[in-house]
Design a binder for this molecule. Structure first.
Ligand code: HEM
Length: 513
């Protein structure tokens, strides 16, 4: 067998040489090359002065293993910063920053840093397709123009006109919850039926039917969860993706990621075709598709018909999973902190006399300071996303937090770390304490608000921020107005899945108030 293999490997240039010459050479050359590569990784990137785990300086596979091992914990980069300080070397060519001063230098308008290859994991692939989207693209110019054309569709002034439709969905959700009163309820999953359908209404003015069917349609919720975990792991080492999801051979296996398949299956193609065949008109539906259609009509080279699939994908991942996580964490935190819950309930009772009321966005967002503090504290202590927002230092290098960083280095901040910056948020950063937002001086509060960044930073900040906030404020006020909520297992932590979303699971038990 050894003879045959060696013969094959050498066919064409040295078939007649005795095999015994080659094996000793392979045995020596391979390890020498590996050692040289590891030394180059550790010492050759100009980052040796930055502290970090030894394995991380040698290879990105350290990160893959690290994320695998910690898949059921909150992001452990926080622990690495506690151990190594404000700048941690996370890979041969990557640095994580904990000081909020880094934000402007990495994500500011003048930084000129594109996203890293980490984001490739979130591009369409399979069956011959490979397509960047608004979230993943590393093309700064295409992104800027694309975003400029569609962003009004994500703005509260536009989609806010759909509040009545969302209230109808909330009523359906409450019916499902009422049926479960007194019984164990998978609250995060039930909330996701709502966030999925609400995403459909915001994007396309139609639901997917999760609340009607009361089940995980096409198993997409389960797929998104496992996909988020899987992609977050693979993405840690971009080269890993070449062998797996981004493998050019994947198209021959006919593999299409489930979120993509789902997004395409439920696109309202009839409406899209009809509207595209008509002359440009004023918004008719006040959904996000309005903005995509008008962008396609005026700038088809920037927002092509294919970009509408991006919109479908947004409903499947951030609009359903990230918003579910935000609302679920808020509920869980309130239940862990009875004193805070009493204060929230007192504010709710003073604001709404009717326990069946579905609070309006306007009232929730402007007249309920304690609710506002609870939402902010939820996003601070547990941001829905759990990936470092990686950018690449452009040619010429950059100075970040006083440190020179060479061109080509991947740099970034994780919100979980920034939100634990003690000089900004206080010494008790691991405690859920909404009061910190109310007791702070005007200057300190402004500083905290500037560094509270669950939706990211700068030109790549979340487009769905208004939608995420709209749903979180409304659902929190609605649930605590109507129900007395308890945890089924009060002593147990939430079950955590650290994927690109840090999802949570727990069971609750509701009683009508
Ligand atoms: C609580 C809910 C949400 C959270 C915490 C959240 C968080 C984030 C974060 C941190 C980013 C920045 C990623 C980066 O820099 O790499 C992002 C980007 C994005 N999010 Fe969200 N998101 C939420 C809801 C939504 C919703 C509801 C939508 C759409 C309806 C959405 C659409 C997007 C898009 C399109 C981007 C890419 C923006 C760009 O690069 O220009 N998100 N989100």
């Amino acid at each position: 067998m050894g003879e045959t293999l060696a013969t094959l490997l050498t066919t064409g240039f040295a078939i007649s040489l005795p095999l015994s010459i080659f094996f000793p050479l392979y045995r020596i050359i391979a390890p020498v090359c590996a050692v040289l590569l590891l030394l180059q990784n550790r010492y050759g990137n100009g980052l040796i002065r930055f502290p970090g785990p030894f394995g991380a300086t040698l290879t990105n596979f350290w990160r893959v293993r690290w994320v695998y091992q910690n898949g059921d914990k909150r992001p452990t980069i926080v622990g690495l910063h506690n151990e190594y300080g404000d700048v941690v070397r996370l890979g041969p060519k990557s640095l994580s920053f904990a000081n909020p001063d880094a934000i402007e230098q990495i994500y500011g308008a003048n930084a000129g840093m594109p996203k890293s290859k980490w984001y490739m994991a979130f591009e369409a692939h399979g069956k011959g397709e490979h397509k960047a989207n608004i979230f993943s693209t590393r093309d700064i110019h295409w992104h800027a123009r694309y975003r400029e054309l569609v962003q009004y569709g994500f703005h509260i002034d536009h989609f806010g006109k759909k509040e009545g439709e969302i209230d109808d969905l909330i009523k359906r959700l409450l019916q499902i919850m009422d049926e479960k009163v007194g019984k164990p309820l998978d609250l995060p999953l039930t909330l996701q039926y709502f966030t999925f359908d609400a995403g459909g209404v915001f994007a396309f003015s139609r639901t997917y039917g999760f609340l009607r069917e009361k089940l995980d349609i096409d198993g997409i919720i389960a797929s998104v969860r496992s996909g988020s975990m899987h992609l977050n792991r693979l993405a840690q080492a971009p080269i890993f993706q070449m062998f797996m999801d981004q493998n050019p051979l994947a198209k021959y296996f006919g593999f299409v990621a489930p979120p993509m398949e789902f997004a395409k299956k439920y696109l309202p193609n009839d409406r899209i075709d009809k509207q595209l065949s008509q002359p440009p008109a004023k918004p008719q539906h006040y959904d996000i598709l309005d903005a995509y259609i008008s962008a396609n009509q005026t700038n088809p080279g920037i927002v092509s018909r294919n970009e509408v699939v991006d919109l479908g994908l947004m409903v499947v991942v951030p609009a359903s999973e990230a918003v579910r996580t935000a609302i679920s964490v808020l509920v869980w935190q309130m239940l862990q902190n009875p004193a805070a819950l009493v204060k929230l309930q007192t504010e709710i009772d003073a604001t709404f006399k009717d326990r069946n009321a579905i609070p309006s966005w306007k009232v929730c967002s402007t007249q309920m300071p304690y609710l506002d503090a609870c939402v902010k504290e939820t996003f601070r202590i547990h941001s829905s996303t759990g990936f470092m927002l990686e950018r690449v230092v452009p040619s010429g290098g950059a100075v970040i937090c006083g440190e020179y960083v060479p061109a080509g280095t991947v740099v970034g901040c994780l919100q979980w770390v920034i939100h634990r910056h003690k000089p900004t948020f206080g010494e008790d950063i691991e405690t859920f304490r909404p009061e910190r937002w109310l007791e702070a001086s005007k200057e300190q509060r402004a500083q905290m608000e500037e560094y509270l960044c669950p939706f990211g930073f700068g030109s790549r900040m979340c487009l769905g921020k208004d939608i995420g906030l709209f749903e979180t404020y409304k659902m929190a006020a609605t649930l605590f107005n109507r129900y007395k909520i308890k945890l089924q297992s009060p002593q147990k932590d939430m079950h955590i899945t650290w994927g690109n979303i840090v999802s949570v699971d727990f069971e609750a038990c509701l009683e009508r108030r």
